[in-house]
Design a protein around this ligand. Structure first.
Ligand code: SF4
Length: 271
């Protein structure tokens, strides 16, 4: 894993998180030492107080049973057998839903195609549509910093994708969430990406990503999904807030960091 302690510290400072972390195994340390950040690779970390309601480092037992299989690729047998080149080419020319009409570029995904970590967002925004890459702009910077704090970066053991590959906009041209029909049309591509990557763990960024991957009701709030190790196709899935939401709701950055700690502890338990 990569990412210097300084970068991680900078991220945590940006997140508004005080030095609250300590190793269970560590002896009582001077005040200055307790400010050191726990390494993401350390499986035994615990929240001291601010995140006391979260089960960081807990066993991988599912505390929420969705009981619903991930979205299927019904009618998409060709997609389910594509290799990377075929998949990228198919997405680039896709007209399966109306979002193709307004796009500048499809936004396929980016990162290590054998990554252990997969981050899934909702759909491209204006910047992403222009660049053809997910999570650019301010939300992308925040996601990069979140990953750096975990010792990850895009292109190195992490892959970033979205539920839909084309930008959804409303009648005024502003970004909007994808509809269920658009999600259903596009999710076979993400399913194939997941099958090709074979990530060890998935982090769902925001409600749309979470409910789409877990097959949940559209009204399910993110707050009900956080703090739990879900399952997607036999691998753990952690839900946290979308970086764009965090930019507008700074107070929830601490909760997002708790989610990432849960993800790191879960991943450490797999190794
Ligand atoms: S959003 Fe997905 S299904 Fe719809 S046109 Fe774009 S690539 Fe095709």
């Amino acid at each position: 894993m990569t990412g210097t302690p300084e970068r991680r510290a900078a991220f945590l400072q940006e997140m508004g998180i005080e030095p609250l972390w300590r190793s269970r195994a560590a002896p009582a340390a001077p005040a200055a030492e307790t400010q050191a950040l726990a390494e993401p690779s350390m499986p035994v970390i615990e929240p001291v107080d601010a995140f006391g309601d979260l089960s960081v480092g807990a066993p991988l037992a599912e505390t929420l049973e969705t009981g619903i299989a991930p979205a299927t690729v019904t009618g998409q047998s060709e997609v389910a057998h594509m290799d990377w080149m075929q998949l990228k080419s198919t997405v680039a020319g896709c007209t399966r839903c109306g979002l193709c009409n307004g796009r500048t570029n499809t936004v396929f995904g980016v990162g290590d195609e054998k990554a252990k970590w997969l981050f899934v967002g909702e759909g491209p925004g204006r910047n992403e549509d222009q660049r053809g890459e997910p999570f650019v702009g301010q939300a992308g910077k925040l996601l990069d910093n979140m990953m750096l704090a975990m010792g990850l970066r895009r292109g190195a053991n992490a892959y970033i994708a979205n539920i839909v590959k084309c930008r959804p906009t409303d009648e005024t041209g502003r970004d909007r969430p994808p509809t269920s029909a658009e999600t259903a049309a596009c999710i076979p591509y993400l399913e194939r990406q997941i099958a090709l990557i074979q990530p060890s763990i998935i982090v769902a960024l925001g409600k749309i990503a979470a409910i789409s991957l877990l097959g949940l009701d559209a009204e399910t709030p993110v707050s009900k999904l956080r703090g739990t190790v879900h399952r997607y196709a036999d691998r753990p899935l952690i839900v946290t807030y979308h970086p764009a939401y965090l930019l507008r709701n700074m107070v929830d950055k601490k909760k997002a960091w708790a989610d990432l700690c849960l993800a790191m502890a879960t991943y450490a338990g797999l190794c």
